[in-house]
Design a protein. Structure first.
Length: 299
């Protein structure tokens, strides 16, 4: 049954999402289509959300347990151009439930209207807001998927370089860490990836970077020094063009002395964790995230 579901979901994504995530489709239509597609994601039972303001940045506070003392600052994916707190609310809710945390899902500003560094400025503002609420950095985990994973990593690098306290850990789901698309799997897995293509990632990369080079270390944090970063969990699917981004990040981070847990989920695609509640592998990945967060933020 799981094999059938996996095949059905992969085929559905290839038919319904990949053609829209294309360089010739207007960004406004991509945003609307993703909002519609995300309605099929299943949040866990008995979770609530409310729209809040975090230092002038709109966000959603997603709660699975009001007694939770851990905090996850969640940065949604979407190539820095599409997606929102609403589209990624179910995923953030699953992570909150598994982690014993409250998730804060940020509506950071999107390109092309707001290229880099707008998204990072919003994330840093939200992190400072959490600190101003009296939340210790040792109780905070920054997490994100795809572009949000790259943004989470870049945010940690910016915090380190500015001397601000670092979060307890990073959770990076299929992180997009190299906007220059130099990874080997960008080409080798192009036909197997049911969601992403070189066409759309190259468009999103240029819109986000603006006039900066695609290898700018805060746009493509793979090329930043990685020393003194918090422990990180990296999850990625074997069927996605961004596999090399995760693998190279894990290698470089370990070489820099960072504590890294990384796992490639066989036969899974980009952001497969969104299918939590449906696919066994997605549930296992969420459980792994929960265990990692609890280990990084005890009690």
């Amino acid at each position: 049954m799981q094999t059938f579901l996996r095949g059905l979901l992969s085929a559905s994504l290839r038919f319904l999402l990949k053609p829209v995530f294309s360089g010739w489709v207007p960004i406004g239509f991509q945003r609307a289509w993703l909002r519609m597609m995300s309605a099929s994601s299943l949040p866990p039972h008995n979770t609530t959300h409310q729209v809040i303001d975090m230092n002038g940045v709109s966000a959603e506070r997603v709660v699975a347990d009001e007694t939770a003392s851990r905090v996850v600052l969640y940065l949604h994916g979407g190539g820095y151009c599409v997606g929102s707190a609403a589209t990624h609310r179910p995923l953030a809710a699953h992570i909150a439930r598994a982690s014993g945390a409250v998730s804060y899902v940020l509506n950071y500003r999107l390109a092309p209207e707001y290229p880099h560094p707008a998204a990072m400025h919003d994330t840093l503002a939200a992190y400072r807001w959490l600190l101003a609420q009296g939340i210790a950095p040792a109780r905070i985990v920054i997490a994100g998927d795809s572009a949000g994973g790259g943004l989470a990593l870049a945010t940690a690098i910016s915090l380190r370089d500015s001397g601000l306290p670092l979060p307890a850990a990073l959770v990076l789901i299929s992180p997009w860490t190299d906007l220059s698309l130099s990874g080997e799997t960008i080409k080798s897995l192009a036909w197997r990836d049911p969601i992403l293509s070189h066409s759309i990632t190259s468009l999103w990369a240029r819109l986000y970077a603006g006039e900066l080079p695609l290898t700018h270390p805060l746009c493509s944090p793979l090329f930043s020094p990685l020393e003194r970063l918090p422990p990180m969990l990296i999850q990625v699917g074997s069927e996605e063009i961004l596999l090399s981004d995760s693998q190279r990040l894990a290698e470089r981070a370990k070489a820099a002395g960072v504590e890294v847990q990384s796992r490639v989920y066989d036969k899974m695609w980009h952001d497969f964790q969104v299918q939590a509640g449906v696919l066994r592998d997605s549930d296992a990945a969420i459980a792994e995230i929960g265990a990692f967060v609890k280990q990084a933020v005890p009690g």
